[in-house]
Ligand binder design. Structure first.
Ligand code: OKP
Ligand code: MG
Ligand code: ZN
Length: 343
């Protein structure tokens, strides 16, 4: 399987993540991508290709112009306002308040976000753009006949809504790719999110559509981020009714239980008969992940990959979460090797 990678991910090197009332060094850090890349090379998974430039066209198929402009200008606006640190949202339009876009950068940061852990920094725009280009380059490989490709995206994307950043995400790389498949003639696309967290952005983007099915397995949002979406009674709306599926699990869930949800998800994907499959691949389901509570082992990721491979669909993997950097390379490449073993 070919991997697409961009060294521009290094432009996203935040110093702060708001966590537990203090600013910590972010979990979503550059060594994550470098460790995965090293393992891809060590295991000779396949060629590693650079990202092509796709411009903003495919991004604007999913995100609003105003949101994209905001992301593009936010760091400059923040520094022009004389702020000393990284750009962290601290005020939101709560219940009963006006949903209008304020002029002031503090107001706009809140308008275009849903969480405060994700600081915007000098290179964030460049890295988020590169991450989208990584996804779109890998998507094009699959659209042009590769059976599968791995988009080594960083920053991740599955929490980003059409006009909201948060959860370390800015552009929804999985959603952009699914939309690109549709725009290139795929009739139906399935997005299966195996990251520990709910893919709230992806769900929201396609919630009223039947041409992109969204499925996510994740920790119970009653207990863990993103808290306000991802429950099992969310099944889609209007024409999208029946085309969203959430599979929620409690703390301590091992692979033996999680794989039942994977089976359910795979059955739904198969019945949908999509022309392409996008896997939002997070390995923060790992037993030693510092911010998550599932108990998958490194060997389990081989079995996950095998199950996905058996779907026998043109498949794009977009990299999402996974924060135990010591194990992230092994775990991600195990999924991809397990997948390849079935082909
Ligand atoms: C992004 B992805 C840590 C709280 C973390 C944000 C989690 C974002 C996960 N104390 N909250 O889905 O891996
Ligand atoms: Mg998930
Ligand atoms: Zn995650």
């Amino acid at each position: 399987m070919k991997t697409v990678f961009s060294p521009l991910h290094h432009r996203r090197t935040a110093m702060t993540e708001l966590d537990g009332g203090i600013l910590i060094a972010p979990h979503e850090k550059p060594s994550r991508a470098e460790t995965i890349l090293a393992r891809v090379n060590q295991e000779q998974l396949g060629d590693v290709l650079p990202a092509q430039e796709f411009g903003l066209g495919p991004v604007l198929r999913v995100h609003t112009r105003n949101y994209v402009d905001f992301l593009n200008n936010s760091w400059a606006d923040w520094t022009a306002a004389g702020k000393p640190g990284e750009a962290i949202p601290a005020v939101w339009p709560g219940r009963g308040m006006r949903h209008r876009v304020p002029k002031d950068i503090d107001g706009r940061l809140g308008y275009y976000s849903f969480a405060a852990e994700t600081s915007i920094t000098e290179g964030t725009w460049d890295a988020a753009r590169a991450s989208a280009n990584v996804a779109l380059t890998a998507q094009a490989l699959v659209a042009n006949g590769e059976p599968a490709a791995f988009a080594l995206c960083r920053p991740p994307g599955h929490h980003a809504h059409t006009d909201l950043f948060g959860g370390y995400c800015f552009f929804n790389n999985a959603a952009l790719s699914a939309q690109a498949f549709r725009d290139q003639g795929a009739r139906r696309v399935a997005v299966l999110d195996v990251d520990f967290h709910h893919g709230n952005g992806t769900q929201s983007i396609f919630y009223r559509r039947d041409d992109v099915m969204t499925i996510s397995l994740h920790g119970d949002p009653d207990l863990v981020f993103p808290h306000f979406l991802g429950f099992e009674d969310e099944s889609g709306e209007g024409p999208g009714e029946g085309f969203n599926l959430n599979l929620v699990y409690p703390p301590g869930t091992p692979f033996s239980v999680w794989r039942e949800g994977l089976e359910t998800a795979c059955a739904r994907v198969k019945a949908y008969q999509p022309d392409a499959l996008v896997i939002a691949l997070g390995v923060d389901t790992f037993e030693d992940d510092p911010i998550s509570f599932f108990k998958l082992t490194s060997a389990d990721y081989l079995l996950l990959g095998e199950r996905l491979g058996k779907l026998n669909l043109p498949t794009l993997f977009t990299m999402e979460g996974g924060y135990d950097v010591d194990a992230i390379g092994v775990n991600v490449v195990n999924v991809l090797k397990g997948f390849e073993a079935t082909r």
